[in-house]
Write a protein that binds this ligand. Structure first.
Ligand SMILES: O=C(CO)[C@H](O)[C@H](O)COP(=O)(O)O
Length: 218
């Protein structure tokens, strides 16, 4: 099976978690794109979705699902999103699609975070995938210097402007043995809007697609 077929398969499995949901949170990325496409056929009572990106909002609207403002929607029952890496503690690296800030907000606003990944995303230690950090443009060099002090090698993702008008630094060479500590430390750097470590609010359910089926992390 191709990686894209695995993404489709795990997206299908996530439908079980939204059957009784009327308003759900929807993440960003190619795995979530499959999930959105599958929502179109769901004979459920979905009345609307809170989206984590302009790209997902457009896709939701195309299939007739209204996109709601989080301020009006309040607490969401379920948030479905992908990840770039996930570990056994259901902590993740996210932000490969530059949507990390809104993803972290919608995740925080949700009772249940269902993370959908193919098997290539499962790791023992987070950090092989370069850690995305969203930064206010004027602070880019300052934040990069602080990230070097933390042991990383930040690289400016050129030609990328986030939905919030900011820039992304991708941090290489991190071995994230204490994700909670690193999430706090990067958040503390002035100019950082958000970092892609999702450990303070990990996933509640992780579904992993493989050729032999979809497994749920214990
Ligand atoms: O965090 C994300 C976007 O900011 C995505 O969830 C992550 O990049 C995974 O993407 P894909 O499903 O395309 O592999």
């Amino acid at each position: 099976m191709t990686q894209d077929e695995l993404k489709r398969k795990v997206a299908e499995a996530a439908l079980d978690y939204v059957k009784d949901v009327t308003i759900l949170g929807v993440g960003t990325g190619s795995t979530v794109n499959h999930f959105i496409d599958l929502l179109a056929d769901l004979k459920g009572g979905i009345e609307g979705a809170v989206s984590s990106s302009e790209a997902s909002s457009e896709r939701l609207k195309k299939i007739g699902i209204p996109v709601l403002d989080l301020n009006a929607a309040g607490t969401l029952d379920v948030y479905v999103d992908g990840a770039d890496e996930v570990n056994a503690a259901k902590q993740m690296i996210k932000g490969g699609g530059a949507a990390l800030t809104r993803e972290k907000i919608v995740a925080e606003a949700s009772r249940k975070f269902v993370c959908i990944v193919d098997e290539t995303k499962y790791v023992d230690v987070l950090g092989k995938f370069p850690l995305p950090v969203e930064v206010i443009p004027m602070a880019r060099s300052l934040v990069a210097r602080r990230l070097v002090e933390l042991g990383g090698t930040p690289v400016w993702r050129e030609n990328c402007v986030t939905d919030n008008g900011n820039v992304i630094l991708d941090v290489y060479n991190l071995s994230i043995t204490d994700p909670v500590e690193l999430e706090h430390r990067i958040n503390d750097i002035p100019g950082v809007v958000c970092n892609g470590v999702f450990a303070l609010r990990p996933a509640d359910v992780v579904l992993i697609g493989s050729p032999s089926g979809v497994r749920t992390l214990p």
